[in-house]
Ligand binder design. Structure first.
Ligand code: TXA
Ligand code: MG
Length: 321
């Protein structure tokens, strides 16, 4: 078993030298981003990528997002069209992942893209991009949770899922957005593979055309496995669109706006979808305790990040594999 050390992202920056040396030695680390915490490692080393899959218990056919310091670094590994550059310039660093044609023989470990000819690229806010810049190489990073489980939005969540499996966690406090990046496939007409923290209206406004959700039935592989049935799931069973009067004995209720129950939690008393996104994963983890037989969740509006929230909640509520 590995001893897992947690260090704060202090202003003096002692974390920087430590994270760089741990990564250079071929270890993987938990790192905050503006969306959720990532489990990061050197994307050019196949032994490192293998250890990411192993620590998460992630199926080998599920590719990873490569995190770059900037657009220039991204262009070393994937083919950016004019549209891709436009989106990168508008939203990076930020919660947008682009799926692009992979450039072959760049030194990236094959397992990062799980053998596919496309690559998911993101330039995140915070220390992950800074570390990629310092190392002058991209860092592969899935969300820092055990495969299929709820994503981690604090260092404590990372420790709960991956403590004893990784050497280092950088603690940057709670994730600012709390839901994963929006994934856009740009190999054909732009489509959203995974709704996320970046609002699809903002994408459409930048491109001047609506960006539809991929319907998952099109013959364009691979689709993001986050689209598959049970995912983002706590161990308690989840029910959606539940009104306060329909909560069953033993269920924990997560309210929204006016739908609230005394002695139960709420995703946002003010009825704000952004706040609900920020709190969702932590709330699901908190409800996952002995004595709670299920989690009942109030109706959430589809506006803005509400689309991503509903997508995650449907996955959390899907029949278990
Ligand atoms: O906000 C985020 O995106 C976080 C932070 C850490 O950056 N990362 C994250 O990674 O959510 P992960 O591995 O938990 O989810 C990435 C999703 C997976 O569903 C994966 O299947 C999909 O991206 N993906 C990765 N590469 C892909 C590709 N080449 N084509 C289609 N989907 C891809
Ligand atoms: Mg994930």
């Amino acid at each position: 078993m590995t001893v897992t050390k947690t260090i704060p992202l202090d202003a003096e920056g002692a974390w920087r030298a430590e994270a760089i040396s741990v990564l250079e030695a071929g270890n993987i680390i938990g790192v905050p981003t503006e969306t959720v915490y990532g489990l990061a490692g050197d994307a050019t080393r196949s032994d490192v990528i293998a250890s990411i899959y192993e620590a998460k218990g992630r199926p080998a056919k599920n590719p990873l997002i490569v995190h770059v310091a900037d657009l220039d670094m991204g262009e070393r590994y994937a083919l950016f069209s004019d549209i891709a550059r436009k989106l990168a310039k508008a939203f990076w660093p930020g919660p947008l992942t682009l799926v692009l044609p992979l450039i072959k023989d760049t030194g990236l470990a094959d397992a990062v893209s799980a053998g596919s000819d496309s690559l998911a690229v993101r330039c995140p806010q915070g220390p992950l991009g800074e570390l990629a810049k310092a190392l002058d190489r991209p860092l592969a990073a899935p969300s820092a949770n055990r495969s299929g489980h709820v994503s981690a939005t604090s260092a404590a969540h990372v420790r709960d899922d991956l403590g004893g499996r990784i050497r280092l966690i950088l603690d940057g406090g709670p994730s600012r957005l709390g839901v994963e990046s929006t994934i856009v496939d740009l190999r054909h007409a732009p489509r959203i593979l995974r709704p996320g923290a970046l609002n699809s209206d903002d994408l459409a406004q930048t491109l001047g055309v609506p960006v539809p959700l991929a319907d998952g039935t099109e013959d364009l592989k691979p689709v993001a496995p986050g689209q598959l049935s049970s995912h983002y799931a706590p161990s308690a069973l989840v029910r959606l669109d539940v009104l306060p009067g329909d909560v069953r004995p033993g269920e924990a209720y997560l309210g929204f706006g006016l739908y609230a129950l005394e002695d139960h939690g709420t995703l946002s008393l003010a009825g704000d979808v952004g706040e609900a996104a920020y709190r969702l994963y932590g709330a699901l983890r908190d409800c996952d305790r002995p004595g709670v037989v299920g989690i009942a969740i109030a109706p959430i509006p589809q506006a803005g990040v509400g689309q991503a929230l509903t997508n995650r909640l449907q996955r959390a509520a899907a029949p278990r594999r």
